[in-house]
Design a protein around this ligand. Structure first.
Ligand code: ZN
Length: 390
């Protein structure tokens, strides 16, 4: 099975009907899977060109947004492109025909095609880039190779006992209090709150200028950092006080929901030679670069789609027999020698499986919508790298 696109593949043309799905709807599906706040801080992900309220006729998925991809979308009547690599990464100082990326932006605007990018957020999420690679190599028992993500916060608020349930419920509904498979998790301890309302205040208890002592409950819950605003808003709405006191702080806890790279197992051990054959066939890699003994047996496989050389130490510590990634430096091959087999499968080839994953996820999520847009992978390869002269 060669997953890399060929020009000869059948082309789906998108229908011209006015669907009910908007660019924003598709954005929400993508962000429920790969939240933008988990992206590398210097990355630029999200809607890059277009109108969020536009109705989507067809979605074309590609690794890169190039002029040829915009042309293909236009020809196939798709009006939303989802790319893995962001078109707008370095700031555009001018938009003229002199610059390749600017020409792409101009074509998108002219043809009324929106562009959405999911990059490192898609790399770091479950079932994202590296999982798609692991899947295409047939790995079982897939899990993250590195999970450094500190994405949790805690909210603490002080509520009169009569309102604790209502405030806790509102905060839960806004996304707090989830720990693994449990929801509505909270901790509560009773105490005394004091306050004195200033001039113009309208305290829920007592009157302005009087020191009040009220039995209150300290209510605390964890929440994903991205839900902070909605949880604080929900807490304030449900809280009986005019000025509810609350603390919001970041936690050092590591979450298992996001990470880098994947490790898994082949169904049975094979020689490195056989495994490299699998990489060639399944990823469409013409000439993978590698180091390792071709007769050694491999079963535990670590992978990272795209440039993942920095994960080599984790792959070794995790006991992987082989690590498959791309853009591997000469010295990284030296670091691996004698400790782990290392295969450089190419940037495009190791990331391409995620294009299929995006297409499948969107088809699945949109299937219940009225007149859902057609979703398809681009038929052309955007890989600029070529091998040899044959
Ligand atoms: Zn990449």
């Amino acid at each position: 099975m060669n997953v890399v696109p060929h020009h000869t593949r059948g082309t789906t043309y998108f229908s011209g009907g006015g669907g009910t799905v908007t660019v924003r709807d598709v954005q929400e599906i993508m962000e429920g899977w790969a939240p933008p706040d988990i992206a590398w801080e210097r990355d630029n992900v999200g809607l890059q060109v277009g109108d969020p309220a536009a109705r989507v006729r067809g979605i074309l998925v590609a690794l890169d947004a190039t002029e040829a991809i915009v042309e293909e979308a236009s020809r196939r009547r798709a009006n939303l492109i989802i790319s893995h690599h962001p078109l707008l990464f370095r700031p555009l100082r001018s938009v003229t025909t002199e610059d390749r990326n600017a020409r792409c932006v101009m074509a998108l605007v002219r043809k009324r095609i929106a562009l959405y990018a999911a990059h490192t957020n898609l790399d770091f999420t479950k079932r994202g880039t590296s999982f798609a690679l692991a899947e295409s190599l047939g790995l079982l028992k897939q899990r993250f190779l590195r999970t450094p993500y500190r994405l949790q916060s805690k909210i603490v608020t002080f509520v009169p006992s009569s309102h604790v349930e209502a405030v806790a419920r509102a905060m839960s509904e806004a996304g707090s209090g989830v720990i693994g498979a449990y929801d509505r998790c909270s901790f509560r301890i009773a105490g005394t709150g004091t306050f004195r309302g200033g001039e113009g205040s309208r305290p829920a208890r007592g009157g302005a200028g009087r020191l009040e002592r009220v039995p209150e409950v300290r209510l605390e819950m964890v929440l994903p950092r991205r839900a902070s605003q909605s949880v604080v808003r929900a807490m304030k709405n449900a809280h009986p006080y005019e000025e509810p006191a609350y603390d919001l702080y970041q936690l050092e806890n590591v979450t298992g929901d996001y990470g880098m790279g994947v490790i898994g197992e082949l169904p049975r051990p094979v020689t490195l030679r056989t495994f490299i054959g699998t990489v060639r066939r399944r990823l469409g890699v013409r000439a993978p670069k590698f180091t390792g003994n071709l007769r050694s047996m491999v079963r535990s496989v670590a992978v990272c789609g795209g440039s993942g050389g920095e994960l080599l130490p984790e792959a070794i510590v995790a006991g992987a027999d082989v690590f498959v990634t791309a853009d591997v430096k000469y010295h990284t091959f030296h670091d691996a020698a004698g400790r782990i087999a290392l295969v450089d499968g190419g940037h495009f080839e190791t990331e391409y499986p995620v294009v299929r994953a995006i297409v499948e996820r969107l088809r699945h999520e949109l299937r219940a919508r009225k007149r859902p847009p057609v979703v398809a992978a681009a038929t052309q390869s955007t890989n600029p790298v070529r091998h040899g002269l044959t």
